[in-house]
Design a protein. Structure first.
Length: 276
């Protein structure tokens, strides 16, 4: 099978984006691993599929596969690339696009400067819905990982996140604790692990070890989860600039059941064809 794709990135979090509307595409986990392989395949953090809508309330359906072949519920940087892709390819002429995902519907707004703003929906803090094993909902949870006693916040933005406060992200133990936390038994569906340095009430630095992809240059849902975690701990304001290794996102949340909003860039790199 010859597969046509577009290579894209959001702040260095890179994707192979596939039009599964005008191509007959049924990717296997092995094929996703091949596409994600940076030596033998195309190379990416995630493979994104653009599919026909599954209900009348949406314009498209959005599927995400990590470079290890696993399918996941949500990807914020990928959603921004998804919006630019469907506009650039002429699949829609809308500036407001409703998209179905495994974790629910999201709305994407393409701004005049080409950036994309996304209504990511309200965060989930109830442990059983994240899912995270805890006796009761709390702002922070004590957890042991890698022989250390840690304090984390647990948040779902359509996918599970653990957020740890650190003094300096440059010195954070991402490589050591990331893999251990990702597969911690208290997170039955594994977890994305964020290491957050608070610089001011409106500014943080963040590194994220992503479930199934290791550390990436940016993680949109991770940025959302970190800001939510900082707000519920009384550390952050409603609007926060999040500096990631690949660039900056702006996250807004008014608390409670209000949705989290994410704004940032999305870029196309090149068009390609690959044999699977």
């Amino acid at each position: 099978m010859i597969l046509e794709f577009t290579k894209m990135h959001g702040l260095g979090n890179d994707f192979v984006v596939v039009d599964a509307i005008n191509q007959d595409v049924q990717l296997t986990p092995e094929q996703c691993r091949f596409l994600g392989d940076r030596r033998f395949g195309v190379g990416c953090d995630q493979v994104l599929l653009v599919e026909r809508p599954r209900d009348s309330a949406t314009d498209f359906y959005y599927r995400i596969f990590n470079s290890d072949g696993s399918e996941v519920e949500q990807c914020g940087n990928g959603a921004r690339c998804f919006a630019r892709f469907v506009r650039d390819k002429g699949l829609t002429d809308k500036n407001e696009i409703d998209v179905g995902t495994h974790s629910g519907n999201i709305r994407l707004f393409i701004e005049e400067d080409g950036s994309v703003r996304i209504n990511m929906g309200p965060p989930v803090l109830v442990p059983g819905q994240i899912p995270f094993q805890a006796e009761a909902q709390a702002t922070n949870y004590a957890i042991e990982a890698g022989g250390e006693a840690l304090q984390i916040a647990a948040v779902s933005m359509g996918n599970p996140h653990a957020v740890l406060l650190v003094e300096n992200v440059d010195q954070a133990p991402v490589e050591r604790l990331g893999p251990v936390m990702e597969r911690h038994p208290r997170f039955p569906q594994r977890v994305n692990v964020g290491f957050m340095e608070v610089q001011a009430r409106d500014r943080i630095r963040l590194r994220v070890f992503e479930r199934g992809a290791e550390e990436t240059l940016a993680c949109g849902t991770g940025a959302c989860a970190a800001v939510v975690a900082g707000q519920i701990q009384g550390l952050l304001d409603e609007q926060v600039k999040v500096a990631l290794p690949g660039g900056q996102l702006v996250i807004q949340w008014q608390g409670g059941e209000e949705p989290v909003w994410m704004s940032g860039p999305a870029e196309s790199v090149y068009e390609g064809r690959v044999e699977l």
